[in-house]
Design a protein around this ligand. Structure first.
Ligand code: NAD
Length: 710
């Protein structure tokens, strides 16, 4: 028996315990250990039934995800789990799987190979493989419909959401919920079934039968997957695999599942999703900030400005149980801000996300006021007033006088220089950017902007606070627009240029939507307000280089008061329900602007739209990387996945460029440079270097990490 799996005996019950901390992942050695233990228990005449349980905090939480990457890279052969699971299922003594914590993916597949399953009430089971672009690969799509029925199996395998023990009991996935100690309850259960005929899951066909019902289930699931998992292959593949269970014998179904699994495992989508999965963990690591850096305690917060962002930020603190003061200049603005917060919470209660009591608790944590009363008690003050340097500096000078010395002073600015803001205080080491994304109570990204004087403690506390607020914190250096907005500027510029050169707004937005983003760039402009960019462009007008093309159409719309959704018209015309419609007035305006600027309009291909916009992101991203504004390429990807609706199955802009191939991206950028000029399209030196060396952004990250560790 291996150290990972042990067999002991409690009277006539053999107890097999899996000990592969922290989560009993199915790493090499675990399936072999399970089989050896089953063999030994079967041979032992004293043992009448067997319990399999996880040591520590969980049953088998799932496969070891790093193994997938190694298999695809050819470092390891893929060893199928199926023979081991069949061996468990063929055991002549009843096997009771005892579940606590989570039985996800391979964990649930292992559990289903037992003859019975019991679980504590807090346990969860699921087949979340689709979230990594794959499908269950060890019989999950074949055994689950046999236990839970086709509808439930399709739901769990195609959409990946876990269910709790109660729902699993109702579905027939588990046989009993154990109150009290799991092992004691499982051993009791095993004693009751000892000596009885044990049913093999693979032979239970009664829930597979209804052909007409099944056809309807698959059709509906495919429609739902196309809608809610737009562009993704794995959900549809999972449905195909469950469908195979209803049409083929178990063994043929397992072979079909294996074929589909292999296609998914080697897909670019799966590589991208696995990159995104690990990326979220990687961004928490900051090379020059050791783990043991002292953290400030954040028990009280205060916010300045109850507008679009201030209100959402206050909700984040209240949701985390941190009392928060919110200050405005006028009662009317304060009332408006509080009314929006209340409405957002009411919507959540209506949708059943939490109870009225929870809403009341959260509202009670938010104190609206017009003064700085209580700001001297705050551990963090977040400024979210209008975007203007003079105003921000005035506010920081004011709070510097009131705040206690250990109070973090954060600005939610989206573009302005954090060092200049900090210069208005006597404590620039306590000043940092906390750039939330709109709507701040929903979007997961928190860009944390490090000024030149920001202390390590303030950065470490901010990264930790991001987690408390249920955000993904990404550290950025200080430059105009930081990581996300500096790049989006280039992307938005190209979108407008494409319109000026001949594409219709809906064509540009349509191409980007089809590429997988939540929304096209022009529709996004209408949502955010075209006046915002217009004001920023005016503020930075003095930095424009003479002779370099600017996005004329964006200004032309704003000058007409077409600010987007808020004025009912922008790039599109909006009805009362904010549904967009192309507007002939905009078409005429585009033609006029093109003509006035001597731009020859022509047909624009879908491909050009994607390449001009996405490669503009990549090129600027490469500069950001080289300048050290982003620590790693993956940090840029995580910013785009969590703050800009970039599809996770494309991995983020930098990883996407890797998958396309950097030499191709570079060749296109060089072509655009010839056509549109070096000011806009000179290739970033890092991109050029990597492409010419046959490397990728991912390999660059790895080399940097290795160098830092050396
Ligand atoms: P907003 O206009 O909705 O809100 C700003 C609020 O600040 C207004 O209610 C105003 O009354 C209040 N205010 C102004 N001066 C004040 C003072 N001295 N004391 C107290 N309150 C004061 O603006 P917003 O969209 O919430 O933007 C706020 C900040 O967040 C800006 O720096 C902006 O760049 C940044 N930001 C905005 C977004 C976005 O999508 N809207 C996203 C990220 C960051």
């Amino acid at each position: 028996m291996s150290e990972l799996v042990s067999l002991t005996r409690q009277g006539e019950i053999g107890v097999i315990t899996i000990n592969n901390p922290p989560v009993n992942a199915l790493s090499p050695g675990v399936p072999e250990g399970l089989v050896a233990s089953i063999d030994a228990a079967e041979k032992d005449p004293e043992i009448k039934a067997i319990v399999v349980i996880g040591g520590g905090r969980t049953f088998i939480a799932g496969a070891d995800i790093r193994e997938f990457g190694k298999i695809v890279a050819g470092e390891r052969p893929r060893l199928s789990l199926n023979p081991s699971l069949n061996r468990i299922e063929d055991c002549t003594k009843p096997v009771v799987m005892a579940i606590h914590g989570t039985a996800f993916g391979g964990g649930l597949e292992t559990a289903m190979a037992g003859h019975y399953r019991v679980a504590v009430a807090s346990a969860q089971v699921g087949q979340p493989e689709v979230k990594l672009g794959i499908i269950p690969g060890a019989g999950g799509t074949q055994r689950l419909p046999r236990l839970a029925g086709v509808g439930k199996a399709v739901d769990m395998c195609a959409f990946g959401e876990p269910i709790d023990a109660k729902a699993a009991l109702a579905a027939g996935i588990i046989d009993k919920i154990i109150d009290g100690d799991l092992l004691t309850g499982a051993v009791e259960f095993a004693k009751n079934v000892a000596g009885k005929l044990a049913f093999k899951t693979r032979e239970r066909n009664e829930k597979l039968q209804d052909a007409a019902g099944n056809t309807a289930i698959f059709a509906l699931a495919r429609e739902q997957a196309r809608k809610t998992r737009r562009g993704q292959l794995a959900p549809l593949a999972a449905i195909d695999a469950v469908e195979a269970a209803t049409r083929l014998s178990f063994d043929d179904g397992i072979n079909r599942e294996a074929e589909i699994f292999r296609v998914c495992l080697y897909s670019t989508q799966s590589k991208s999703l696995i990159h995104a999965f690990f990326g979220e963990r990687t961004v928490a690591k900051i090379p020059d900030i050791p783990k043991e850096t002292k953290l400030y305690d954040i028990k009280r917060a205060a916010i300045i400005g109850a507008g679009t962002m201030g209100g959402g930020i206050a909700m984040n603190y209240a949701n985390a149980g941190i009392p928060v003061i919110i200050k405005e200049t006028e009662q009317a603005a304060l009332d408006r801000g509080m009314a929006t917060i209340r409405k957002n919470y009411e919507n959540s209660v209506k949708k059943g996300r939490f109870s009225q009591a929870v809403m009341d608790q959260r509202m009670a944590l938010i104190t609206p006021q017009l003064t700085y009363d209580g700001f001297d008690q705050a551990d963090i003050i977040v400024e979210a007033v209008f975007e203007g340097m003079a105003l921000k500096k005035q506010i920081f000078a004011e709070i510097d006088k009131i705040a206690k010395p250990t109070c973090i002073l954060a600005s939610n600015t989206s573009t302005l220089d954090i060092d200049e803001i900090a210069s208005a205080t006597q404590r620039p080491h306590m000043v940092i950017g906390h750039h939330f994304f709109s709507p701040a109570n929903v979007m997961k990204l928190l860009e944390i902007v490090r000024g030149k004087a920001t202390s390590k403690e303030v950065i470490a506390t901010s990264m930790n606070l991001a987690k408390t607020l249920k955000k993904v914190g990404v550290l950025a250096g200080n430059c105009r627009g930081f990581i996300g907005n500096r790049m989006i500027h280039c992307y938005g510029r190209e979108a407008v240029f494409l319109v000026e050169e001949g594409a219709a707004p809906e064509q540009v937005d349509g191409a980007i939507y089809e590429f997988g983003l939540a929304m096209g760039p022009l529709a996004m402009g209408d949502l955010a307000g075209l006046d915002v960019g217009w004001r920023i462009r005016k503020e930075f007008k003095h930095l424009e280089k003479p002779g370099v093309r600017t996005a004329k159409m964006a200004d032309a719309l704003a000058e007409l008061g077409r600010y987007g959704q808020k004025t009912g018209k922008g790039w599109y015309l909006y009805d009362a329900n904010r549904n967009p419609k192309p507007d002939p007035e905009v078409t005429a305006l585009i033609e006029k602007v093109s003509k006035e600027n001597g731009i020859q309009r022509h047909a624009i291909s879908h491909e050009e739209i994607i390449e001009r916009t996405i490669y503009a992101l990549v090129n600027e991203g490469a500069r950001i990387l080289e300048e050290g504004i982003a620590l790693r390429a993956v940090d840029i990807d995580i910013v785009y996945l969590n703050g800009y609706g970039f599809p996770a199955w494309r991995g983020g802009p930098m990883f996407y460029a890797d998958t396309v191939g950097l030499p191709h991206v570079l060749a296109k950028i060089e072509e655009f440079e010839k056509k549109h000029g070096s000011d806009l399209w000179a290739p970033a030196p890092l991109l050029k270097k990597l492409a010419e060396a046959g490397k990728t952004f991912e390999s660059w990250d790895k080399e940097k990490e290795a160098a830092a560790g050396a």
